[in-house]
Design a protein. Sequence first.
Length: 388
Amino acid sequence: MLKPLLHSVAYLSALLSLCGLGYLALSLWSEWRFIVRRREYTRMPQTTYAPPISILKPLRGTDRQMYEGLRSHCLQDYPRYEIIFGVNDASEEAVAEVEKLRHEFPECAIRLVICPEPLGTNRKVSNLSQMLREAKYDHIVINDSDIRVPYDYLRRIVAPMQDQKVGLVTALYRAEAGQGIASRVEAITIATDFAGGVLCAMQIEDGLHFGLGSTLAFPRRAASAIGGLEALLDYLADDHELGRMISKAGFKVVLSDVVVETFLPDYNFKAMFEHQLRWARTVRDLRKIGYIGVLLTFGLPWAMVAAACAGGALWSLVLLGAVASMRFASGYLLSGPILNSRKAIRDLWLIPLRDLVGVAVWFASFAGDTIVWRGEKFHLKDGRLRRV
C-alpha cells in the first residue's frame, strides 16, 4: 500500500519539478538579457542630462548601518540636489542621525521635515506626501532609510528620464546579511528569488509595471497624473502600486542598470519567517491568480521529494541533478554578474534551505490575511491596509 503511494507522490513531484525547470530556464534567459543590456549601456556615451533632484527619505527609528546609507547620498557626483528627511515628530531618534549628517556635510542641502499629520493607514506614505510638498525640484527620488548607493547613483537613475515617456525608474538591490543563518537565508532570498522574479516578470509582462522600494525616481508630472502620492495612502506595497499606477497612466517604468544595497537585521528564524510571510501575503493579495503559480517555481524542493519517494531511482537523481544545476547557475548569475554580491555567492549553499522555507511560506500565506508591519497588526485586502 505504501509503495504505490510513494510512487504516485514521486511522479507528481517530478511533474512539479519539471515546471520549476521551465521557470529556471526563463530565469536564466531573463538574467542573461539583463547582463547583455547593461553591458551595452556601459558602452554608450555618458549623458550630460542632470536636472536638479529632490531626494525624499522617510525615517523611523534607526537601522543597522543606517548612517552609512544616509551618508552615501551626500557623496553624489551630481551638480544640484537636496535631501529631505521626514519624521513623525521631533523626538524621533533618527533626528540625531540627520543632525550628525548636517554637521559632517554642511555644504549639502539637507532639510528635516516634521510630518505630524496622519493622512492614511500607511504612515510612511503619509510622511512622503507631506515631504513632497516641501520639495523644490521636479525630479523626485525616494528610497528606504537603509539603502546605500554608489557615488554615481543619481546620474544613472535620472538618465532614462530624458525620454519624456518614462514615468518611473526603479532599481534592483542586494542585501548584506546580519549575524546568523536566518539573516543570510533572507539575503539569499533577495538575491536568488526576488531579483530573479523581477527579471522574469519583465519578460512575461513585456516590460516592468511596478516599482521597488529600493529606488523610486519619477518626474513630478508622473505623480500628478495618478493623483499624487495621496493615491497610495492605504496601500501596504506602496512601491509596487506607484509603479502600477504610473504604468497604467501611460508612462514607461524602467529598471536601471544601477544596483543599490540594503542591510538586514540580525534575524532569528521566527522573525525571518514572519517577514517573508508578510511579503508572501502581500504578493498573494496583489496577484491572486499568478500567485498560485509560484508553487510551480520551486523546482528544487519538488525534485528532492521526487528523489526521496522514488528511492533514489536513476531517473529521479538525473532530474534532481538537472534542476540543482540550473538553480545554482541562476543563483550565481544573480549574485555575481548582476548584483555583484560576493557574500551571496559565498552563501549559495543555503539555496536548498531557502527553497524549503519558500515552500513553507507559500502554504502559510493562505492561512490568513493578517500581517504584522512595524509592530502593528493589519488586515490586508486588495492591497489596502486596515487596522485589526
